[in-house]
Ligand binder design. Structure first.
Ligand code: ATP
Length: 249
């Protein structure tokens, strides 16, 4: 037994634990009601992917790590689902890659931003951005456009897990290199991303961290080679094929 009253041997242990964390996130004021719906949608895709990190997702995670290490200023965007599911893991990834964390919400309320900042701090984060909200992403309505001037607005590489399609497109239009974690390879976010990681965030964040540790001492030229040889369309096609059952891998 661990966080929930279900034995770890239960065949759906991971999935039930994840649901429990999302529910707890809603109770703590971290996750929104819409976050529950987004989670349900993600679960369906995860089921079809076999609830495992497929080879193309692992490859994308390695490229994501190379981008974060090579960036001038990388920022990891955190929403209510991310904070509920992988608070410790995202703080670790920020530490390993030298990235900043910024709370960035689709349904923004000051209370929820504050609750998430405190939740991340309780898991070891310092200097979490998102409260200033003193810059805007062009092309979005006021509330959804808010970001920090010295955070996402200034970043060259942004990791946006579980982002909504509109904002993913608007960030890409600003010229940022966008790494998206999304279980749906057909979502607009995954379609827009320079690096789509089609995997559950529960697995994807630790996988990117592991690759970042492996690549820590790699030269800039070798990191550039990893980034440049990446085929985002191939990764999206491989994930879609896995879901449709005519797997390419
Ligand atoms: P888009 O606007 O990008 O076309 P959407 O409208 O489906 O997509 P939302 O419903 O706002 O976007 O976001 C939910 C997305 O997050 C879904 O694509 C879902 O697959 C994904 N998702 C949900 N939970 C997870 C998770 N744990 N790990 C990875 N992705 C997830």
């Amino acid at each position: 037994m661990s966080e929930i009253e279900i034995p770890e041997s239960h065949p759906r242990y991971e999935s039930l634990l994840t649901r429990h964390r999302i529910e707890a996130g809603v109770e703590q004021g971290i996750t929104s009601q819409q976050g529950l719906i987004a989670h349900g949608r993600g679960e369906a895709f995860d089921y079809l992917l076999g609830e495992e990190t497929i080879p193309s997702a692992d490859e994308a995670a390695r490229v994501a790590a190379a981008h974060l290490l090579r960036a001038d200023y990388p920022v990891l965007s955190v929403n209510g689902n991310v904070a509920a599911l992988v608070p410790e893991e995202i703080v670790t990834l920020a530490g390993v890659t030298g990235a900043d964390l910024e709370v960035n919400l689709f349904n923004r309320t000051e209370d929820r931003v504050q609750a998430i900042v405190e939740h991340l701090e309780a898991h070891g984060a310092t200097d979490v951005k998102g409260l200033a909200a003193d810059a805007r992403i062009p092309g979005l309505d006021h509330e959804r456009a808010k970001v920090d001037a010295d955070g996402i607005s200034d970043a060259d590489v942004v990791l946006v897990p579980l982002e909504d399609g509109d904002r993913a497109e608007a960030l890409a239009a600003m010229g940022k290199t966008e790494i998206v974690i999304d279980l749906n390879p057909l979502s607009r976010s995954a379609q827009t991303a320079a690096v789509p990681v089609v995997d559950n965030i529960i697995r994807a964040i630790p996988t990117i961290t592991e690759h970042a540790r492996d690549l820590q001492d790699t030269s800039d030229a070798d990191l550039d080679a990893i980034v440049e040889s990446f085929d985002a369309d191939g990764v999206r096609a491989a994930a879609e094929a896995r879901i449709r059952g005519d797997s390419l891998e």
